[in-house]
Ligand binder design. Structure first.
Ligand code: HEM
Length: 148
């Protein structure tokens, strides 16, 4: 029962994190670039930031918990001798890349967001969204017993 609940929460968190970034990247960002209007991104961020970060936190918590169930005590996880441990390790790599991009955007670009820095933020948004979609692809791969 716990396992099923964790998978449901993990999937729910994924809809928020990935869905929110797809809306940002596919609908808000092109409009902001077209009109050279950083405020459109500020407005979206003001509503989504807290909710999105809560979803990411839920992903990490439930993801690590699921991993603990698959590899109790994380034993045999480090051997990377199964598709499961390999996919989870890649997800951890995606997480590090996501945090790097998110921290750089949040503390170095968004506070001084102008028309001049809009392009830099656009690259970050596209990067984080691409990583988010890859999270889903790998997650589905785990459920499907491998992607190949
Ligand atoms: C934003 C980040 C993440 C997203 C969007 C995401 C998305 C997903 C999705 C859509 C699934 C498939 C669920 C299913 O149908 O079974 C999944 C499964 C899984 N994810 Fe994540 N994930 C994220 C982060 C993580 C992290 C950080 C870990 C842990 C290191 C993790 C570990 C797992 C595991 C172990 C499964 C397999 C669960 C199962 O047996 O189905 N995920 N993930």
């Amino acid at each position: 029962m716990l396992f099923k609940l964790l998978v449901i929460l993990h999937t729910l968190g994924a809809t928020v994190w990935v869905g929110g970034h797809l809306v940002l990247a596919v609908t808000v960002l092109p409009q902001a670039l077209k009109h050279q209007d950083p405020d459109r991104i500020h407005q979206f961020e003001a509503h989504f930031e807290g909710f999105g970060l809560a979803a990411l936190f839920l992903q990490v918590l439930t993801g690590l918990w699921l991993t603990w169930i698959y590899f109790p005590g994380f034993q045999n996880f480090g051997a990377f001798n199964s598709f499961l441990s390999q996919y989870i390790a890649i997800k951890l790599g995606l997480l590090v890349a996501t945090l790097g991009l998110a921290i750089h955007a949040r503390f170095f670009i968004i506070p001084k967001l102008t028309q001049a820095t809009l392009n830099a933020l656009a690259y970050h948004i596209v990067g984080i969204t691409t990583l988010a979609v890859l999270f889903v692809v790998l997650g589905a791969g785990i459920r499907l017993g491998g992607l190949l």
